[in-house]
Design a protein around this ligand. Structure first.
Ligand code: URA
Length: 489
């Protein structure tokens, strides 16, 4: 029963802002415990001195509100939706949950469905924000900072600000939106009032960089205009520097796809026979001579061209040896060269290499200053039609190639090794280890070499779900930042 002295026909609740979930939660608790039903409550938002004081009843002594814990988390997400009726709706759900504790499991219930729809919309909007915020540089030297303008559909700035703190920790930046702004000064995050588009710069020098990047990652063979417009709705285009390229890229996609297919690897690679002939002239012995010049990296690289320590040399185009300064402080070890590496003769230049490069760059690790190699130096693959499909090297092939990798380590003498994935870990540690469980850890070998364990960057490429992919990328970025810290420590 409602206490007689409160005799309210309608109770007004004033919230501090559109995202004042704590205020809503406190009010909802007081109202429900005083048996004030949803139809008797009016929810309003007023900020600062415009906001009248709330006159809410106290929680009756000893009273407890029992709602499923799951509801609070889900309500907090739905609370960011721009639907002005959400405060009343969420209170109605809370009210119902007291007598229908299984309500959230009833998928056919109209309120449960509405809650889910709102949550999904907020999540989708957050994903768009992660993908489409573009910073523009203002100022130089000590005044350098980055400002972005973004127009979300929902009230999601507060919810997503920490994502940008983690991603751009080393930059000073501000994200302006009509509802709120987030400002990171390198140490503290501040949430402020909304802004206008004119408050953000609309051009800077990094735009050309973005356009080049976009042109390079644009895959015409995968172009699906409808899907693309769904993923990147036109409303975001006006704030994306690369958007000006989209109409031309779409128009030229068919031609570009044909060119791309023409460039796709075949079996054998067109110049495979010639390169093989150069490295392994017909009639040359297949025995290991043992007289390789192993006193310098360049001597070793030369010797490795003729390596026949395992049978993989027969089908590969060439040996892909390690690259980098011969006094690097860190050696990154991958699995084996891929299709593009086999043709280029260089490690990590294909799709996994691009992911690797981008994340190293973000972690402030200069690839020019590190040594990058593979546990196995020849591409192992299975022909499928005209394609060559990567095939995992076996323990014997890894063992055979340790001859080279041990010498690379002996010459470079790094302070740290980074095992990118299970094959690299097997090669460096001599035993199989569970990489996902042990990632981020450093294992010290008997010879004192510290081996940092992480995943192979191609693992990120294989994830399809955008949110999972992004989360995995973040984890790998964190690992690379740790590598950076260990490198300079
Ligand atoms: N994957 C690897 O492990 N190494 C490369 O060089 C390329 C892809």
């Amino acid at each position: 029963m409602r206490p007689a002295e409160l005799d309210l026909t309608r109770q007004t609740v004033w919230l501090d802002s559109e995202t004042d979930f704590a205020g809503w939660r406190d009010a909802a608790r007081r109202l429900a415990l005083n048996e004030i039903g949803p139809e008797d409550v009016s929810w309003q938002v007023a900020a600062g001195s415009d906001r009248p004081p709330n006159d809410l009843p106290d929680v009756p002594q000893g009273a407890q509100l029992a709602v499923p814990r799951e509801f609070i988390g889900r309500a907090e997400t739905a609370f960011c939706h721009s639907d002005p009726g959400r405060f009343a709706f969420l209170y109605r759900m809370l009210w119902r949950l007291r007598s229908e504790p299984k309500l959230l499991a009833i998928a056919s219930d109209v309120d449960t469905r509405r809650l889910e729809t709102m949550e999904n919309a907020v999540r989708r909007d957050s994903h768009k924000m992660h993908a489409f915020v573009r910073f523009r540089k203002i100022g130089d030297g000590d005044d350098e900072r980055y400002v972005a303008w973004f127009e979300p559909d929902h009230f999601i700035v507060e919810r997503n600000a920490n994502f940008f703190v983690r991603r751009f920790t080393g930059m000073r930046w501000t994200i302006l939106t009509p509802h709120a702004s987030a400002d990171w000064d390198g140490e503290r995050l501040a949430i402020g009032p909304g802004a206008a588009k004119g408050d953000a710069p609309d051009q800077d020098d990094t735009e050309a960089l973005w356009r080049t990047y976009f042109e390079n990652i644009f895959n015409p063979a995968r172009l699906k205009v409808k899907a693309m417009q769904k993923e990147m709705p036109k409303k975001y285009w006006r704030n994306l520097p690369e958007a000006s390229l989209i109409p031309d890229l779409i128009a030229g996609a068919d031609e570009a796809a044909i060119a791309m297919i023409a460039k796709m690897p075949t079996t054998p690679a067109p110049h495979h026979a010639k390169v093989q002939e150069r490295h392994w002239p017909k009639g040359q012995s297949t025995e290991v001579t043992g007289d390789e010049d192993a006193s310098t990296i360049s001597g070793l690289r030369e010797a490795a061209k003729g390596c026949r320590r395992c049978p993989l040399w027969r089908d590969a185009t060439q040996t892909v040896f390690g690259e980098g300064p011969d006094n690097a402080r860190v050696i990154f070890v991958g699995e084996q060269p891929g299709d593009q590496e086999d043709i280029a003769g260089k490690p990590f230049v294909g799709p996994a290499g691009k992911v690797f490069d981008a994340i190293l760059n973000e972690a402030d690790v200069d690839r020019e200053k590190v040594y990058v190699t593979n546990a196995v130096k020849h591409f192992k693959f299975e022909p499928r039609g005209k394609r060559r499909i990567h095939s995992k090297p076996n323990a014997g092939e890894v063992q055979a190639c340790r001859w080279w990798i041990d010498r690379e380590f002996a010459l470079v003498k790094p302070a740290l090794a980074v095992a990118l994935g299970a094959t690299a870990a097997l090669s460096l540690l001599g035993k199989a280890i569970p990489v996902t469980k042990m990632r981020g850890q450093v294992i010290e070998r008997e010879d004192g070499l510290r081996v940092f364990i992480t995943i192979h960057p191609s693992f990120i490429l294989r994830i399809h779900e955008p949110a999972d992919k992004e989360a995995e990328r973040e984890r790998f970025l964190r690992d690379m930042r740790e590598v950076k810290r260990l490198m300079v420590a």
